[in-house]
Design a protein around this ligand. Structure first.
Ligand code: CP
Length: 305
């Protein structure tokens, strides 16, 4: 059966553990897998990207495959061809499809008709590939995921939601601190086999207190229809700086999915300092996505290893 990766919760807890372990192996030996030899992967970008494009394109190459990077305005989609017909045709040519889009309904419609794995490379509600890289980075630094306390400080957006879902599944205790009206939904349900927890706060100091990891994202996300000046004012107290790291547990470090706006959601001192793993985190996108492609394409009957 074709497996997809839209929210990340398609994985069971043991599968997530195995994927993070496999990512670490692929990081140690980047050219050890030929899982995509002779195969192509289509990557459709309806929004800009630096890390996602680089890491998928380089990762597919390292697995022996060929990445087809397509902007939506390169495709007949931009002239009204349906998602159904696009999915049917792509399924005849490539082994997997990555999509960066706005509405999650686009992804859900594609999986209805695709006979190849569809991977969410960022949507309005989820960014699960980013969360995989976050988990690998935390495991590398802390040696474990179970019981690690992560505090996400800022807008309750797609990155926060994916961290809550996949972090909870992996055993993290996730705290999310956001201003009133910008928080994650109070009834966000963790997967049934989640081993961690999710707690919502409005006070960033309370969330950060005793945390092992502080995490943030840009204050104004791509395509958001908001007054940016008003949002920046609301989020002003939700900045990761040295003082907030001092409130966290000894040895705590900062993560950021990037791109960053130094001086807004994170200070330059933290972004480029010793108490962060942000640049490892950016690299880890490639390793986790390679493990994900191995899993999904292999499960779809195209395993050529
Ligand atoms: N973190 C992330 O997805 O970066 P890009 O938007 O550059 O792909």
């Amino acid at each position: 059966m074709t497996r997809h990766f839209l929210t990340g919760t398609e994985l069971s807890a043991p599968e997530l553990d195995a994927l993070i372990e496999r990512s670490a192996q692929l990081k140690a030996e980047p050219l050890s897998s030929r899982a995509l030899a002779g195969a192509s992967v289509a990557l459709i970008f309806e929004k800009p990207s630096t890390r996602t494009r680089l890491s998928f394109e380089a990762g597919v190459h390292e697995l022996g495959g060929h990445a087809l990077v397509l902007r939506s305005d390169d495709l007949q989609l931009s002239r009204g061809e349906s998602l159904r017909d696009t999915a049917l045709v792509l399924s005849r040519h490539v082994a997997a499809l990555g999509v960066r889009t706005g509405p999650d309904t686009v992804l859900r419609e594609l999986v209805q008709y695709a006979s190849i794995p569809v991977i969410n490379m960022l949507s309005a509600l989820h960014h699960p590939c980013q969360a995989l890289a976050d988990l690998l980075t935390i495991r590398e630094t802390r040696g474990t995921l179970e019981g690690v306390r992560l505090a996400y400080i800022g807008d309750g957006n797609n990155v926060a939601r994916s961290l809550a879902l996949l972090g909870g599944l992996a055993g993290l205790d996730v705290a999310v601190a956001s201003p009133e009206g910008r928080s994650l939904e109070a009834d966000l349900a963790l997967p049934h086999d989640a081993r961690g927890s999710l707690t919502l706060y409005t006070d960033p100091l309370e969330a950060a207190s005793g945390a092992d990891v502080l995490y943030t994202d840009v204050w104004v996300s791509m395509g958001e229809e908001v007054d940016p000046a008003r949002l920046r004012k609301e989020l002003e107290p939700y900045r990761i700086d040295d003082a907030l790291l001092d409130r966290a547990a000894p040895g705590a470090f900062a993560l950021h999915c990037l791109p960053a706006h130094p001086g807004e959601e994170i200070t330059a001192e933290v972004l480029y300092g010793d108490r962060q793993r942000i640049w490892d985190q950016a690299e880890n996108r490639r390793h986790v996505q390679k493990a994900l492609l191995e899993l999904l394409v292999g499960a779809n009957g195209c395993d050529t290893r």
